[in-house]
Structure formats: C-alpha cells, structure tokens
Design a protein around this ligand. Structure first.
Ligand code: FES
Length: 374
C-alpha cells in the first residue's frame, strides 16, 4: 500500500476550489443584499413620483367583515403594487356620498393589502362601509403626520378610544419588528365586542415580555374581568414608569385624549413626547349664539354645531369639502372678520388669514369667504 501523502499540486487545487466556492457564496450574498436594498430605493422613488403627481389609488374590496358595530375592509390594488406607508397614516377614501379619512390598521414593510376599519355613522361612512367584496374604491395615497418611530430604549404608551385602535394596531405591527424597551397599549371601549383585536392583543401580551395590554370597558357585561370605568388622569399617570423615556401616541375622541394628556402631564412627560390624532372636531363645544355669515350675505346661527362647517351645512356653501377632518382643503375660507378657535391641527397648509371650516369654531360673529364656493 502507498502511504505517501498526495502530491502538493492536488492539495493546492483542492484549496483553490474551496476558495472559489467561498468567493461565489460571498458574491451571491452581496448581490442578494444589494437587490434587497435596491428594491427599497426603487419603491421609495416610485412612491415619491406618485406623490408628486398627486395620483390617487384604485383599490378593490377583497374582504369585508362586521365586528363590534364596525366594518373592517381588506383592500388590494386594482393594478400594480400598493405604496408603502408609515404606521399611523391614513387614506382619504371616496364613496358615493362623500369622502372620509380612515387610518390604515395593519402595517407591513411591503404591503400586499390595506386594512381599514369603519364606524358606519353618517352618510359618507355608511356608504363606504356598505361596499361589497369586489367593489372598486378610489382613495388618496397614504398620508398624515401621525407616525410612530421610537428609539429602542424608549417606553411607548399607546392609548386608543374605540375605533381609535386602528392606527395604533399599525404602530404595534411596526414595533413588533424591532420592539423598544416596553410598549403599553390601553384600549378603552364601551363594550367587549368593540375591542376589535382583543384576542390577538391578549395572546401577544401573553407571549411577548415587552408588551402590556390594558383593555378597559365603560359598560362591561357580567363576565368581564378586566379594567372597568372611564379612563382617568390618575390611571394614565400610573402607567408611566420613566417620564424622560416615555413617548405616547393617543388616538381617541377629544374627551379621552384630553384626559390622557392631563395624566401624562401629571406624570412629567414633556408635551413634545405626546403625539395625538383626533377623530375629528365633532366633540368640540357648541358655538352657541354667534352669527356665522358668508361674504354673499347668507348666514346661520352657531347653535349646537361644533364647527363652522357643521353650522353652515344647511347652506351647503362648499363645493369641494369632502373629508371634514382638515385633509382635503375643500372648506378653506378667508376669515374676513371675527375670531375663531382651532379645534384640531389640519394636515393641509393654511395661510395667514385663512381658516378651515371643518377644523374651527366661531368665538365671535364671523364672516367667511369660501375659496371653493358651490
Ligand atoms: S372638509 Fe376637508 S379640510 Fe375641511
């Protein structure tokens, strides 16, 4: 038997093959990473182009379900892919009876579908909520400045009232990808069936050490064992462990958002770390006996209406008012005289001397010149 070692040339050839294999694997890995990154750059560029062109989306209803008095719609693109969005953003959805804003309820890095949840109140929301599977819907591109991008060492507090859970679910999806130190989600609702994602959230709280879920009902049934009653400032204060590291996102009606803000202030959380999205200004105080006049001479009393737009509804002075939430700019007016109070911060830009009738209430008699009269 020949016990001599193999020739040095054969050993060198073996090493060469190994090096070629390693080099090929590294090149494939590098190309994959580059391709992945390039997809992101291309998608960002396409979204920017669409945004710049002011294009809208053509969507199709893929699924429709009714949960707790709300309708959840799963929407897909009629053609092409859906634009990416930041967790917390919303769509302005156009229906047969007007347009309304709906937060995107679930977040994916590369969205294959959008979820929205609709409370079918009022004509516009009711007609959008009634859209059957297969129907086509026109909507804006995702937009809005209510985003959640905490750093890893922050403590995140999410507080939702009723349907306000929708943007916070998207934020939670985003946070799951890279959880911060701690996330607490308070969802306050009237009844158990209005906790739209209760089972999923309870399961997540049971399995993820960084997540604390606090459902709360103001009208619980006999079997409810969770927290009860309206959320108080002290309840919110007790949730803050480290005010310097706490960042809060609130999505609720005016009353509950105000309560949460007081609680956060009591806990010492700086105002700049509190982010708030309102459902709309409908919960503002009535305007009372002030006179709201148009430049053409027509006028109404403020009465029980919470906003200028609501008071002016009988006169229908705005041709382009669609969202009633400071989004579309269709109720833009020049304030010719009088004083108004802003009830919510609008998304669209407003120049000096202008008001959005859907976002303001009259403090005194006012005269308005609509920019887009009917
Ligand atoms: S109705 Fe859209 S901004 Fe007022």
């Amino acid at each position: 038997m020949d016990a001599r070692p193999p020739p040095a040339r054969a050993a060198g050839a073996g090493r060469g093959v190994t090096l070629v294999l390693i080099g090929t694997a590294v090149a494939v890995l590098f190309a994959t990473l580059l391709w992945w990154q390039a997809q992101g750059w291309i998608a960002t560029w396409q979204d920017w182009r669409r945004q710049r062109a002011g294009r809208s989306l053509s969507l199709r209803v893929l699924e429709r379900e009714t949960v707790g008095g709300c309708v959840r719609l799963r929407l897909g693109a009629v053609r092409g892919r859906l634009p990416r969005f930041s967790a917390g953003q919303h769509l302005l959805v156009h229906g047969d009876d007007g347009a309304r804003c709906y937060s995107l309820a679930r977040w994916q890095r590369w969205p294959a579908q959008y979820w929205i949840a609709i409370k079918p109140e009022g004509r516009a929301s009711s007609s959008i909520a009634a859209m059957p599977v297969g129907a086509r819907i026109s909507a804006s591109l995702p937009r809005g400045a209510f985003h959640c991008r905490p750093s890893r060492d922050e403590e995140v507090l999410l507080i939702a009232g009723g349907i306000g859970i929708t943007p916070l679910m998207a934020m939670l999806d985003r946070l799951r990808a890279a959880p911060p130190r701690r996330v607490t989600l308070v969802h306050a609702a009237r009844t158990r069936d209005a906790l739209l994602w209760h089972d999923e959230l309870a399961a997540l709280a049971g399995s993820a050490g960084w997540f604390d879920y606090r459902p709360r009902l103001s009208a619980p049934d006999a079997g409810w064992q969770g927290e009860q009653g309206r959320l108080s400032p002290r309840d919110v204060q007790a949730l803050v462990a480290d005010p310097a590291r706490c960042a809060a996102w609130l999505c609720a009606g005016d009353g509950m958002s105000g309560t949460a803000q007081v609680g956060l202030a009591l806990a010492g959380v700086a105002a700049g770390r509190i982010h708030r999205e309102s459902f709309g200004p409908a919960a503002g105080a009535a305007q009372g006996d002030v006179r709201i006049a148009l430049a053409d001479g027509r006028s109404v009393r403020g009465g029980e209406a919470a906003t200028l737009l609501a008071a002016l509804d009988p006169l229908q002075p705005y041709a382009a008012a669609q969202c009633r939430a400071g989004q579309c700019g269709g109720c833009r007016s020049t304030l010719q005289s009088g004083e108004v109070r802003w009830l919510m911060r609008p998304d669209c830009a407003v120049a000096d001397g202008e008001v959005l009738a859907c976002c303001c209430a009259a403090m005194t008699d006012v005269v308005l010149q609509p920019h887009f009269p009917r």
